[in-house]
Unconditional design. Sequence first.
Length: 138
Amino acid sequence: MSLPIDIKYVRLISSRLRNFKQKNSYLWNFSCPFCGDSQTNKLKARGYVYAKGNDLFYRCHNCGVGTNAANLIKQVDSALHGEYVLERYKSGESNTFVRKVTQHPHYTYHNHDLANQKSKEYSNTQNGYQTCQVDIFV
């Protein structure tokens, strides 16, 4: 269950979010970090973090951006996002961040040993597009 981890990290980024307020136990309101809300009225706060199932999601009622808590944390503080991903992985919530890739003729596999962390990178070069995914195994 990732909800406690999501809540912890939303609270950690709260000091970086303008007009941050907790409305109830699973609802937070603040000025949108993507669009900045109103340029003339700095007190407007139309960004909301809310619980849906066992995860937190973000929605701005000004610019329409909608994303999960992980991408919101990444937008506000990329260094903290790395800690968030690692904590989710350690708690057993790895299916959100580590996806299994089946053997495919268009994939190239690269093994890494980054600071004693084993990882595997998958590169897909099919149809002229290149996509990469890095899986970390602790």
